[in-house]
Design a protein. Structure first.
Lengths: 112, 213
């Protein structure tokens, strides 16, 4: 890749980008706009995927709401992702990079 | 609005976040600085245009006619010279330097370049034909199929899509939005893709149609 592009990306990257791993339970503070007002909406769940790297890294957080699985994907360096805090690590160390198998699981076995 | 035009090199693609947090795919162009090396005049040349020079060159890399023309005009020799038609040439003078800051965020532009060469390509790559079955004894995997009818008209219609030399042709991508200008580094960020490989030459100019500005 060209240096100019890397430089440009570096310029827009968050310097103190939060670090977390696949499997961590995280709280994502996401800025949403309601009419004129802006407020931070937290999304709490488990990271099941990290994709891309550097400036273009995105991650997917999964949680279960009233028995229904909900996933959201965030670009890590988006100005609307205000903060990502790790609440706790996984119950077991994940042996794979993508935890998609959690989608097929219900109830207790969905906890990882 | 006066037409804006510049020569540039494609650098590659990335993405940026807009103020509202939306992600925009952009192509990074290294734009200018370009020097006005000539002005074409209605009375003398029969048309009005401005000639821009891009990428300064040593004398030995420039052909004699271009070198002499540069000497006469009193400008340095350039590797690339391109003319842009304009309505009026009053605003330009020889030796004038044009840089990326001519463009503003929100400008609608056309980008002209040379597409990547694919060599002699089959109908699948060149025209998006579908392929035949790969199994069950089929020998018809990437063949073009029928190219016409039978005894009537007993010929192949002109323009039938066939294997051809694909790419390496002048292509214009119209109505792209300027998403960012980096004056310091002479970069333009333009929404979407543009023709050609990284480091290939591009012409950027104000959109002919479309754009309201």
């Amino acid at each position: 890749m060209d240096n100019i592009i890397l430089e440009l990306e570096k310029q827009h990257m968050k310097e103190d980008a939060p670090s977390f791993k696949v499997g961590d339970f995280v709280r994502v503070d996401y800025l949403i706009r309601e009419g004129q007002k802006e407020r931070v909406q937290p999304f709490i769940g488990q990271v099941i995927r990290k994709a891309g790297h550097g400036f273009r890294l995105t991650f997917t957080v999964r949680r279960t709401v009233q028995g229904e699985g909900v996933e959201r994907t965030f670009p890590l360096h988006s100005p609307r992702v205000v903060n990502v805090t790790v609440q706790r690590g996984p119950n077991r160390k994940p042996r794979r990079a993508k935890l998609f198998f959690l989608r097929d699981r219900v109830g207790k076995s969905a906890q990882f | 609005m006066t037409k804006k035009f510049l020569l540039a090199r494609k650098k590659g693609m990335t993405q940026i976040f807009r103020e509202d947090g939306n992600v925009v795919p952009v192509t990074v162009l290294e734009v200018g600085p370009c020097t006005v090396t000539g002005i074409r005049d209605k009375s003398r040349d029969g048309y009005r245009a401005v000639q821009l020079g891009f990428i300064p060159a040593r004398a030995k890399h420039v052909n004699k006619p271009q070198l002499v023309a540069a000497e006469k005009a009193g400008v340095k020799p350039f590797r690339v010279l391109r003319e842009f038609r304009v309505e009026a040439t009053d605003a330009y003078e020889i030796g004038q330097e044009i840089t990326a800051d001519w463009f503003e965020i929100g400008d609608i532009v056309d980008v002209i370049g040379r597409s990547k060469g694919r060599g002699f390509a089959g109908t699948i790559k060149a025209h998006g034909f579908s392929r035949g079955p790969e199994t069950h004894g089929s020998q018809n995997v990437r063949q073009p199929g029928s190219i016409g009818q039978c005894a009537s008209p007993s010929r192949v219609f002109k323009g039938a899509r066939m294997p051809k030399h694909f790419g390496n042709a002048r292509r214009t991508v119209k109505n792209l939005t300027v998403e960012g200008v980096d004056v310091e580094r002479g970069l333009l960020l333009i929404r979407g893709g543009v023709p050609g490989a990284p480091n290939s030459l591009l012409q950027i100019q104000t959109a002919k149609t479309g754009g309201k500005k």
